[in-house]
Design a protein around this ligand. Structure first.
Ligand code: DUC
Ligand code: ZN
Ligand code: ZN
Length: 462
């Protein structure tokens, strides 16, 4: 047998279905052996006793180096993936946003260039179609063949949004070609009307961002997207589902047996709209779309995860500096760049609050942070589980370590974290990506540029 690179001794291996004690051996970036008291040697041996060994996190919703709202998201593929690695995430699926007039191939090439030589962990791309026409529709099958098997369509945002007929056509093509359409579901007209009304009334503070995007504006669009998917006979994935009204629409669709899936994000599980009322314009830190919701939505979303109504937790990591970027909107909430950081904190929050707080089980955490994302986005079983032959992408959690999250311990290239002061029980003490230790105790030990592009296959519907 070839020489092994790394053995993790006596860790508690956690998958979406099991927890058991075993040794785990790695070589050439793959998991080679799992068993008790493996009788072999390796270049490096790690004592994993007392630690949980989880599949590395897969974050299927990031925006790195993205031009948006008159500025550019502040993490690039180097800083963003280093932050991800330090937080226990080993694969991201970022959004390649189609510039107006560009082909899908040009869009993909542009984002490949942003990531090449920079990414510290593996990466893939959804293509966000913002300028749909017949030629783009004809290009969708080729994009799917090339490993870009999911598309995002925005139902709101000037310059990005598509009309319902376009959504319907895209869903049909995706269905025929083994692709998946993801939607940002918010009703454009409700938001446009309310934003204009608040502006006319000189209501310019961050709280009006939330008030101009009510729960029903999301739930209506979720319902409409589900209707289109039903008409097309196509699967659908709803990104950043944020409130209980939308969850009700999702549950109704799934109860009918429709292949509709959705993610929520840590911010919708842990933060609420009171944040927009923080003094000195600090509420701008939380301006994102959809906005943070009333407290009433938090528990239903946790319950939705627990019960399997919601399939995944991603971050919508889209950081902008408070100083100089968020401040662009001091005079009017509509000019605050939409987005907040989160790629580094997702896994520690889900473990440290979700699992330790008994809101979800450890296996559920694996399911929603790795296994389901890998299945839905065509990477399973190469990724998303711990099995012989799978990529050696792992995160070790020490359940005994407690920590208060503060910006200075994080690597996200931005001047704040929405989770400042959050106390967590359990911490990702080691991240292994492609068989290499890339982070240890919050320090990056890997190398930028070693991440690989992952070509994705058709979705597995769950
Ligand atoms: N929402 C955000 O808050 N930022 C980026 C894009 C999005 O949909
Ligand atoms: Zn979105
Ligand atoms: Zn997004």
């Amino acid at each position: 047998m070839e020489e092994l690179d790394l053995i993790l001794k006596e860790g508690q291996i956690v998958t979406a279905s099991d927890i058991y004690t075993a040794d785990l051996a790695i070589s050439d970036g793959k998991i080679r052996l799992i068993g008790s008291h493996l009788d072999c040697t390796a270049k490096k041996i790690v004592n994993a006793k007392g630690k949980y060994v989880l599949p590395g996190g897969i974050d299927v919703h990031t925006h790195l180096d993205m031009p948006f709202g008159g500025t550019v998201a502040s993490d690039n593929f180097e800083t963003g993936t280093i932050a991800a690695a330090c937080g226990g995430t080993t694969t991201i699926v970022d959004f390649a946003i189609q510039p107006q007039g560009a082909t899908l191939a040009e869009t993909a090439a542009q984002w490949q260039e942003k990531a090449a030589g920079k990414a510290a962990i593996d990466y893939a791309f959804h293509i966000a179609i913002t300028d749909m026409n017949d030629a783009i529709m004809k290009e969708m099958p080729q994009a799917i063949q090339s490993g870009y098997s999911s598309f995002k369509l925005f139902m709101t945002y000037d310059g990005f949004r598509v009309t319902d007929d376009t959504l319907l056509k895209a869903l049909k093509i995706a269905k025929e070609q083994g692709g998946l359409v993801c939607v940002h579901a918010e009703n454009y007209y409700i938001i446009d009307y309310l934003v204009k009304q608040f502006k006319a009334e000189n209501k310019n503070e961050p709280i009006y961002h939330a008030l101009s995007r009510p729960n029903l504006a999301e739930a209506e669009a979720v319902n409409r997207a589900i209707t289109m998917a039903k008409l097309a006979g196509a699967p659908l994935y709803i990104v950043h589902l944020s409130c209980r009204e939308s969850l009700e629409e999702l549950k109704r669709a799934r109860a009918l047996g429709l292949p509709v899936m959705a993610e929520t994000c840590p911010q919708y599980l842990l933060l609420d709209e009171d944040k927009y009322r923080e003094p000195d314009f600090a509420g701008a830190k939380y301006v994102m779309s959809p906005p943070l919701r009333h407290k009433e939505s938090l528990e239903p979303l946790w319950k939705g995860l627990k019960n399997g109504d919601l399939q995944a937790v991603a971050t919508d990591h889209c950081p902008f500096f408070f100083q100089g970027q968020k401040e662009m909107g001091r005079g009017f909430f509509g000019q605050i760049p939409n987005g907040a950081p989160g790629v580094e904190t997702r896994m520690m929050l889900l473990f440290g609050i979700g699992v330790s707080g008994k809101k979800i089980s450890l296996q559920k955490m694996v399911e929603i942070t790795a296994t389901n994302p890998a299945k839905i986005f065509g990477m399973y079983p190469r990724k998303g589980t711990i099995a012989v032959g799978s990529d050696a992408d792992l995160v070790l959690f020490d359940p005994a370590r407690s920590l208060t999250i503060i910006k200075s311990i994080l690597h996200e290239h931005v001047d704040y974290t929405p989770y400042e002061g959050f106390n967590i029980q359990g911490y990702p003490v080691m991240t292994i990506a492609g068989g290499k230790i890339v982070a240890e105790n919050g320090t990056f030990t890997g190398k930028a540029g070693t991440g690989n592009f992952i070509k994705r296959s058709a979705p597995v519907l769950i």
